[in-house]
Write a protein that binds this ligand. Sequence first.
Ligand code: TRP
Ligand code: SF4
Length: 330
Amino acid sequence: MTEKKQQIVLSGMRPTGACHLGHLVGAFRNWLKLQEKYQCYYSIVTWHALSSEYHNSKVIRDYTFEVAADWLSVGLDPEKSVLFVQSDVKEHAELHLLLSMIIPLPWLQRVPTFKEMKKELAEKDLNTYGFLGYPVLQTADILIYKASIVPVGEDQAYHLELAREITRRFNRFFGNVFPEPQMLLTEVPKLAGTDGRKMSKSFGNAILMKDPPEIIRKKISPMTTDTRRKRRSDPGEPDDCPVFTLHKSFVSKEKREELTQGCRTAGIGCVECKNVVIEKIIADLSSFREKRKYYENHPELVWDTLENGNNKARKKAQKTMEEVRTAIGI
Ligand code: TRP
Ligand code: SF4
């Protein structure tokens, strides 16, 4: 193995259930590359999940397993990356508390995700102390490993900007303890889910990575395509077709160009075009599916791996916390 760069990468994923194709193209493809080059910490952020699922907290542990099994099956490698559970490294909570002392409330009250989520999930009552502090906890996740690279999607841009501000403020008060984390934006075309909206667990329109081939076929086959294609003889436009968002992430450029041409000239039908992407997704995930089954049958292996990761993460977090306590002077 080639020597890794010094910088530390950290990212987190909320345990909301089994991962879908959006996670694969939006996070995993990038995380897999990063683990070859950097020391990476990948965290299943159970406390972040709790901040919005506290009324249904018992699912979080099962979902943690689902996510961990997905991580291992997709090729995140515990020999290369530290794979761990946020709430098993209590030091995150201590740093969160300390950071909370220096953060002006308005910084948190103006976070767009806080305002939006409160509106969207009004029935959940997210007007809580913990939910307001969501970005503070996220900042603690990053700083406690002194991570300087944080791969996330653009929905996290504001959180990252805030994390940088918090870092500067901490360093100004207590001395230069932390590097300012840089956001590594993962630019990927948005995937449509089975109903044409953005693929998301909360919309119930996701294609799961662990879905068996017949389910993947069943989910994609009936999807709406470009509405211009009412009949087989009507030409269409792939850029206006939700299914083609899948092609953009799974089908080779050459094949896509051929399909685009076929769509625009009504040379191919939607059934044929969908089959291309369906079979490619199924093929791409074949080794994933095998490993996933294996881990489902050996859950203790998954938990042991996390336990190991927790121990590694904790060591580093404890070291940082010693520095932090010294810097603050208590
Ligand atoms: N808030 C992130 C999300 O919803 C998850 C997360 C928690 C995270 N802690 C993090 C991402 C630290 C990057 C770094 O996707
Ligand atoms: Fe979409 Fe393909 Fe049908 Fe065109 S041919 S509308 S890209 S499914």
